[in-house]
Design a binder for this molecule. Structure first.
Ligand SMILES: NC(=O)c1ccc[n+]([C@@H]2O[C@H](COP(=O)([O-])OP(=O)(O)OC[C@H]3O[C@@H](n4cnc5c(N)ncnc54)[C@H](O)[C@@H]3O)[C@@H](O)[C@H]2O)c1
Length: 358
């Protein structure tokens, strides 16, 4: 295999430039061509990286035998068709989260990638971040005890999307983190939400997920909050973790706090919960750029034919939950058993086709 894999990047709006910068900075890759429908965005990339070719015709990337892999950072509704064309053209594929607009689309991409023997990876960026790796270590060590529940908040003002609601945009991150930490799928999903600004596109959602081992998780997402919040709380029977991604240094705090029920008591008057208050510890871990780590992982998986930590299966799992959350939203927040939610619901298909803010 070539010393440097040649990458074609499709989409250089807000997020794509992060992929371009990282694939250009890694020893094992280079960016040969960038495609976008916007000449303005391409001119910006050309200014930053004069050696990179730019085009508005995505076929230039698919037809180029010199391009080994394609990274897709376009709006979600275009992920499926672009990824399918890239795989069909024999390219390895990295797709931004969420993988596609429906379970059916993800399944088709997974079958195609397997048939062609190509790497298919999804940009679940946070699982490649140092804090999430540290939390996974803590959970796996058993130090936290049994996990009671996990609560995640991802809130800010904007950026409003037109093709997906806030759950598909922001909760995709939290769900990928939660599935990575628990290494299991929930048995049921329910979701509440409201569309305040764009008709039919929820800008605030609350997803709750029941896991088979009695663990429970809730994810709150909002494009309508005055504060930027990125917080994950994990409550275990022995210890509790607070991960605040906005904190510049002490992002993780481990609280040695717990509640115990007395094992024996004879009289009601003797009954008392015992509250344990211990130290608060902020563990050290070396920070690194998650996008750098995920791009490196993608190259490693291609070179060694390893399964990706966030491959097509993990991408499908996240979309399965988002699809169930949408089904719940459309049925008065009813609880959706995951095996029932597989009839395909395309993200945003029943959203009003309006860009206007009301
Ligand atoms: N991993 C992360 O942390 C993270 C963060 C933000 C966004 N994202 C994901 O990245 C993707 C892009 O989001 P964004 O915020 O950059 O959107 P954006 O709207 O800012 O940029 C998308 C770009 O894609 C271009 N485009 C659209 N359709 C195209 C097509 N068919 N061919 C070529 N170019 C096309 C648009 O002109 C635009 O420049 C989404 O899937 C989003 O969920 C991931």
């Amino acid at each position: 295999m070539k010393e440097k894999l040649a990458i074609g990047v499709i989409g250089c709006g807000y997020w794509g430039p992060n992929l371009i910068r990282n694939f250009l900075s890694l020893d094992g890759s280079t960016v040969k061509t960038v495609c976008d429908l916007s000449e303005q965005r391409l001119a910006h990339i050309k200014l930053l990286y004069p050696a990179v070719a730019t085009t508005t015709d995505v076929g230039v990337i698919f037809r180029d035998p010199g391009i080994d892999a394609v990274a897709i950072a376009t709006p979600v509704h275009s992920h499926f068709i672009l990824a399918k064309s890239a795989l069909t053209s024999g390219k390895h594929v990295f797709i931004e989260k969420p993988m596609a607009s429906s379970v059916a689309q993800c399944e088709e991409l997974n079958v195609l990638a397997a048939k062609k023997g190509l790497t298919l990876m999804v940009g679940h960026t946070f699982i490649y971040s140092a804090p999430v790796k540290k939390i996974k270590e803590l959970l796996d060590s058993g130090e936290m005890g049994n996990i009671y529940y996990l609560s995640s908040q991802r809130l800010n003002l904007g950026l409003f999307q037109h093709d997906i609601n806030v759950a598909w945009d922001l909760a995709a991150h939290d769900i990928s983190i939660i599935l990575h930490l628990f290494q299991s799928m929930p048995i049921s999903v329910s979701c509440q939400g409201k569309a305040h600004i764009t008709r039919g596109i929820e800008d605030v959602t609350v997803i709750s997920m029941d896991f088979s081992s009695s663990e429970f998780a809730m994810v709150t997402s909002s494009w309508l909050d005055p504060h930027k919040v990125r917080k994950l709380v994990i409550v275990g029977s022995r210890k509790m973790i607070v991960y605040d991604d906005i904190e510049p240094i002490e992002k993780i705090k481990i609280y040695d706090k717990s509640v115990r029920v007395p094992e024996h008591y004879d009289l009601f008057g003797e009954f008392a919960y015992s509250y344990h208050y211990g130290d608060v510890l902020s563990p050290y871990f070396k920070m690194s750029e998650p996008v750098h780590n995920e791009c490196l992982h993608f190259l490693d998986c291609i070179r060694n034919a390893f399964p990706c930590l966030s491959g097509g299966k993990e991408g499908l799992d996240v979309v399965r939950i988002l699809e169930a959350a949408t089904a719940s939203l459309r049925s008065n927040s009813s609880k959706i058993m995951l095996h029932e939610s597989t009839h395909s619901h395309v993200a945003g298909e029943d959203c009003a086709a309006t860009d206007k803010n009301e």
